[in-house]
Design a protein. Sequence first.
Length: 157
Amino acid sequence: MAQFATGITVLTARGERAHGMTANAFTSVSLDPPMVLCCVARTARMHDAILDARNFGVSVLSTEQEGVARYFASRDRPAGLAQFDRVDWFPGRHTGVPLMTGSLAWLECDLSEVYEGGDHSIFLGTVLSASRGAGQALLFLHGGFHHHHSTSPARSA
């Protein structure tokens, strides 16, 4: 899978197990109703945080946020809401989940379904709100972060 370029997100949850986690296993599922999914290891703290909160936030990171991606990928940060003290964020208007300031897009989702997927759970979320920012996408490819540089859009046949 290292050959497959993906965008980078930070997943967040509030509540007693407030937590954030860098993730690239994220995709759109449906436009009507708007739904997304993310995959989280069952051993990750984020797993139980989402199950407890029954909702989650998604911040799609820009090239300017590689430090944010590295921070939420590290285990060397405080637990609970204190981990958000070192990053710029704002609360989602529907759920209060932390959303990263300066991201390309933000989503707040209600947890709709949970499916088993090997050692991960697949969290299906109904989008409550979505908004977008500006910038270029931070990518993950070949085991590292890469910055996307725009070229002219591809033309469809």
